[in-house]
Structure formats: structure tokens, C-alpha cells
Design a protein around this ligand. Structure first.
Ligand SMILES: NC(=O)c1ccc[n+]([C@@H]2O[C@H](COP(=O)([O-])OP(=O)(O)OC[C@H]3O[C@@H](n4cnc5c(N)ncnc54)[C@H](OP(=O)(O)O)[C@@H]3O)[C@@H](O)[C@H]2O)c1
Length: 331
């Protein structure tokens, strides 16, 4: 091991956002225990190519619903980044309880219990603005900050199972911290974009290719847009999110919650201001527009006060497209 000074665990290490935090941690000399469900699968090959991974990254087979597997991965760690959670296409969910809610909520509690057993000093839980924005009682024109919580009953009534899973999991995590004394901090990213480290497309990374005209992609989009309404984006780059997670790990007080978002923009503006300039040869779908009701006003001021900053949206979009082109999603 080269100058390593602390061992931390990252759950769901092979996922889109988690891979970037693993990369950042390794480059900062952390020893990383990464949990994956199918060790040996080629979908995790990118992790073995990260700088310092041969000496400082150890992968553990673990499922969020298997406490013992989490306990083994977390044992010996002083910190945990709990990133794993199901992020399915909304239209693909058939059994919300088994596929989304249970792994998110019970899984988070399993991670936290294993952290208590391992005497972990701090856990950073990746939540989502899904746990923030769906609050019909929040004053309409007031910017949403960390005091705003999605209303679980309202979200349940809309059958938005992913949003419900993130709301319940985050609330349970903070409550667990309060009642057990475990140091828990939550971070609520908006839509995560940016280049992929892995070679397959995760759910949120489909949104950008959707701006490009293509039969297969548009078929998926039209359903998704009707159901979820992703025509107004509040966006953060996965690389800036990784910075935010490490920053709160090092600097936050216990029990805090942070919204992590950088840009807010309608899809038509994404196309006109950025994509048509950087990639003029694609045929862009004219159907991409957003309504006033879809707009969200969110604040990451609290995170910025801690020292967080983020890159320009143009950089995120260009780097994302370049990485999608490499795996031929834009063809
Ligand atoms: N993407 C976004 O726009 C966005 C926005 C806000 C918040 N978030 C949150 O950010 C986190 C990462 O999201 P992502 O976009 O990077 O998703 P992703 O690429 O799909 O990664 C999700 C990870 O969760 C793991 N996972 C799912 N169910 C599991 C289970 N039962 N046991 C163990 N591991 C399980 C998966 O592991 P395997 O590799 O083993 O399948 C995968 O590595 C999630 O907590 C998500 O809610 C995402």
C-alpha cells in the first residue's frame, strides 16, 4: 500500500456515481472497500483500471439485503459512503416494494447497523433531490433548501416509487443517526450527468441521448417523459458530486443534509445553447420543451459555504456525449 492513511467503504462501487467517488478516494490515497453484487462481472472492469486500484481497492460481494455481507465489507473501515440504491427506469418497475423500497430503506438501515458494529466514524449517505422536491406545501416561489422534504404520502399517491424510496431511506438514515449516535450526513444530488467510467449506460445517463433524435431512444423517452417529466433539468456533474461527498465527509457537522446541484435548465435550452453548437450534425427532437410547472428552484448554498464549487454545464455535456459516443449510444 502506497501512503494509504484511511480505509473507507463505498457501497455499489461499480455504479455510475460511485465509480467516480471510488476514483477520487483512490487518488487521495484512501484504501477503498467497494461493494458489488456480482464480483468478476465485466461491468466492474473499469474499477480495476483506476489509478492505485491494484494496491488500494478491494471489492467485496455484498447485497443491501444481506447484512452479513455488508458487515464483512464495512469491517475495518473508519468511513462509509453509502451510494448503492436501485435506480430503475420508472416504467420498468413491477414490484415496487421488492425492487425499490425494500433495498433502499432496509438496505440503508443494514449499512448503518453494520457501521455501528464496525465503529465507523462517519457515514455519508447519498440521497437525492427526489427526497426534497415533491412537497405540495412548500411555498410556490420559495427556493427549496435542505428544510424541504418530499411528502411521502403525496409521493406514494403519485406512485413515484423511486422518489418514495429515496425519501424514506434518507429520513430513516437521519433518524438512525439521531437515535444511535452514529455520525450520519446526507447529500441530495440532482440529476447526475457527466462522463461514464463504466461501459454501460445507467438510468440517468439515458436522458441526454434522449435529446437526440433516434427511434429507439425516443420510444423510451416518450414514456419516461410522460411519467416523470424530465424536461426541466437540475443537474450536477458526477465528478463534482464526488468532490462534494468527500468534502462533507471531511468537513460537515454530524446529522447535516446537503442539496448538491449545479445548474437548472429546460431541455430546449440544453439543445439550443449547447448541443446544437457542440454537435450541429445531430437531428434534435423538436418535441423537447418544458412547462413552467416543471421548473425547480433549488439551492446548494449550504454546500457551497462548506467550500464546494462546480464546473460549467457545457463541460459536463460535452464530456458526457464524448463518453456516450465511445460506447456507441449516440449512433
Ligand atoms: N443518477 C442520478 O441522476 C441520481 C440523482 C440523485 C441521486 N442518485 C443516487 O445516487 C446513487 C447512485 O446512483 P447511480 O445513478 O450511480 O446509479 P447506478 O449506476 O444504477 O448505481 C446504483 C448502484 O446500486 C447498486 N445496487 C442496487 N441495488 C442493490 C442491492 N440490492 N444491493 C447492493 N447494491 C445494489 C448497484 O449495484 P450492482 O452494480 O451490483 O448492480 C449499482 O452499483 C443512488 O443512491 C441514487 O439514488 C442518483
Amino acid at each position: 500500500m502506497v501512503d494509504a492513511y484511511e480505509t473507507v467503504c463505498v457501497t455499489g462501487a461499480g455504479g455510475f456515481a460511485a465509480s467516480w467517488i471510488v476514483k477520487l478516494l483512490l487518488s487521495n490515497n484512501y484504501v477503498v472497500h467497494g461493494t458489488v453484487r456480482q464480483p468478476g462481472d465485466s461491468k466492474y472492469d473499469h474499477l480495476n483500471k483506476l489509478e492505485r486500484s491494484p494496491e488500494n481497492l478491494k471489492l467485496f460481494k455484498a447485497d443491501l439485503l444481506d447484512y452479513e455481507s455488508l458487515r464483512l465489507a464495512i469491517s475495518g473501515c473508519s468511513g462509509v459512503f453509502h451510494v448503492a440504491s436501485p435506480v430503475p427506469f420508472p416504467t420498468a418497475i413491477t414490484d415496487p416494494e421488492a425492487e425499490v423500497l425494500k433495498p433502499a430503506v432496509e438496505g440503508t438501515l443494514n449499512v448503518l447497523k453494520a457501521c455501528v458494529e464496525a465503529k465507523v466514524k462517519r457515514v455519508v449517505v447519498v440521497s437525492s433531490i427526489a427526497a426534497v422536491v415533491k412537497n405540495p406545501n412548500w411555498p410556490k416561489d420559495q427556493v427549496k433548501d435542505e428544510r424541504c422534504w418530499s411528502d411521502p404520502e403525496y409521493v406514494r399517491s403519485t406512485k413515484n416509487w423511486y422518489y418514495l424510496s429515496k425519501t424514506q431511506a434518507e429520513a430513516a438514515a437521519l433518524e438512525f443517526g439521531r437515535s444511535s449516535g452514529l455520525d450520519v450526513v446526507t447529500v441530495c444530488p440532482s440529476l447526475i450527468m457527466g462522463p461514464l467510467l463504466q461501459s454501460t449506460l445507467n438510468t440517468s445517463s439515458w436522458l441526454l441521448p434522449m435529446g437526440f433524435k433516434g427511434t429507439r431512444v425516443n420510444l423510451v423517452v416518450s414514456n419516461l417523459q410522460r411519467n416523470v417529466g424530465y424536461n426541466y433539468w437540475t443537474v450536477v456533474d458526477a465528478r463534482d458530486l464526488a468532490d462534494a461527498l468527500l468534502l462533507v465527509y471531511k468537513k460537515s457537522e454530524a446529522g447535516e443534509r446537503y442539496i448538491c446541484t449545479a445548474h437548472a435548465i429546460g431541455v430546449e435550452e440544453v439543445v439550443e445553447k449547447y448541443l446544437k453548437i457542440s454537435h450541429p450534425n445531430y437531428n434534435y427532437s423538436p418535441e423537447l420543451t418544458h412547462t413552467k410547472e416543471e421548473e425547480e428552484k433549488l439551492s446548494s448554498e449550504k454546500l457551497e459555504r462548506l467550500g464546494w464549487s462546480y464546473r460549467p454545464l457545457g463541460e459536463t455535456l460535452i464530456d458526457s456525449i464524448e463518453s456516450y459516443q465511445k460506447i456507441r449510444v449516440m449512433d
